[in-house]
Design a protein around this ligand. Structure first.
Ligand SMILES: Cc1cc2nc3c(=O)[nH]c(=O)nc-3n(C[C@H](O)[C@H](O)[C@H](O)COP(=O)(O)OP(=O)(O)OC[C@H]3O[C@@H](n4cnc5c(N)ncnc54)[C@H](O)[C@@H]3O)c2cc1C
Ligand code: SF4
Length: 342
């Protein structure tokens, strides 16, 4: 049985208190929300904070609010996000991403903030301490070599959050609270394409909320590839959002790929070529091909690498056809059962 290492536990009740604690404790402290990522990581000694700051007692993190768009507290659980009628109706990509994370039990604990800040994953890293020690560890923790790409100076562990690609496609911003200087940035800016330093969030900053813009005129969707349809991390995520003009043409679009790099990948070229056009089969095919070219999965998660790259193109096509209004329910069902390519 894997046990947690020793740590000091603090349970503040306001966001300001959390920010003060993080400022005084420095990088030795980490916050825990649902704990579904951090606690297993601590058991495997991948993350070993001396102080753990619990967020469950911070009521302000669980608030949501309507305005011109929608404000979602970082402490809302993924079950709450998935069941929120405002999310379901106006921010389809986020609804679909949230309801496909892990399993119902995990979603009851897991929070939006924790999902956004989820550690990157890799077959050589997501192992217990003894396993990692037997290969002399790796660059991400305690070692020097990257076993996926030994010549690489950068860790290539994979961004595996489902909600981040969806939120980026929806134009989300995040608020980072600090004891002295708080800031707001687009969610895209929160990520670095680096498996170790995957967030631009500083250790003393608390992610308090997500701001979604007004979704009038927009339709969005999220497609996820994983081995088990019941629950599994994504090995590919495709989020797409399209704003239609009065004539049915595309006024604006965003396409984001997840789980193909150490950060979500915004494929602007593919989205921009849709603007001013109708989503015909030919236009969709061209955009999907462009987007697929940006998918550069590494051989450190599930399924065969080259097949995953090909599937990225297909999934972008499925997402755009769904946004056009095609009935894609059968394809969705079939992709949840994919067993080939491994
Ligand atoms: C079996 C299993 C299957 C899973 N499947 C999936 C999946 O399919 N898709 C997926 O996306 N994830 C999956 N996960 C990972 C995880 O359950 C989710 O990502 C979950 O949303 C994490 O949220 P949490 O609140 O539990 O995070 P925690 O474990 O509490 O925290 C995760 C990280 O975020 C930081 N953090 C948390 N809240 C904040 C905040 N407000 N401000 C700053 N930093 C913060 C923590 O310090 C920690 O580094 C799975 C996990 C397990 C165990
Ligand atoms: S990509 Fe390389 S350095 Fe990063 S976790 Fe995997 S083996 Fe370690």
């Amino acid at each position: 049985m894997m046990r947690l290492p020793r740590f000091r536990y603090l349970a503040p009740t306001t966001t300001q208190e959390v920010a003060e604690v993080l400022a005084s404790e420095g990088p030795d402290a980490m916050v825990v929300a649902g704990g579904t990522d951090l606690l297993p990581n601590m058991k495997r000694r991948q993350q070993t904070p001396k102080t753990v700051v619990g967020l469950k007692g911070v009521a302000a993190l669980r608030e949501s609010q309507n305005g011109t768009g929608l404000r979602l507290g970082a402490g809302l659980t993924l079950t709450e996000i998935g069941e929120d009628p405002r999310v379901r109706e106006h921010y389809g990509a986020l609804h679909q991403a949230a309801v496909q994370v892990a399993s119902p039990h995990l979603r009851n604990m897991a929070t939006l903030g924790g999902n956004i800040c989820l550690d990157t994953r890799c077959n050589y890293y997501d192992q217990n301490y003894e396993w990692r020690k037997s290969i002399n560890f790796c660059m991400k923790k305690e070692g020097e070599t990257c076993w996926v790409a030994p010549a690489s100076k950068r860790c290539l562990a994979v961004s595996s959050t489902d909600t981040a690609p969806a939120l980026i496609a929806l134009g989300a911003k995040v608020h980072l609270l600090a004891a002295r200087e708080s800031r707001e940035l687009s969610l895209e800016e929160l990520y670095n394409n680096d498996g170790i330093s995957y967030l631009t969030r500083r250790p003393h900053e608390l992610l308090t909320r997500v701001e979604l813009p007004d979704a009038t005129g927009w339709k969005s969707t999220y497609w996820k590839l994983r081995r088990r349809g019941s629950f599994d991390f994504p090995v590919l995520g495709v989020a797409a959002a399209v704003k239609f003009d009065a004539g049915g043409g595309v006024a604006d679009a965003r396409i984001v790929l997840g789980a193909v790099a150490s950060s979500p990948i915004v494929v602007s070229e593919a989205a921009e070529m849709l603007v001013g056009k109708e989503l015909t089969d030919g236009v969709i095919e061209e955009a999907a091909e462009k987007a697929g070219r940006k998918a550069k999965p590494m051989d450190n998660t599930d399924f065969v690498l080259h097949w995953r790259k090909r599937v990225a193109q297909s999934f972008v096509g499925y997402a755009l056809r769904e946004l056009r209004g095609d009935d894609m329910s059968e394809t969705r069902w079939n992709t949840a059962k994919i067993r080939f390519g491994d």
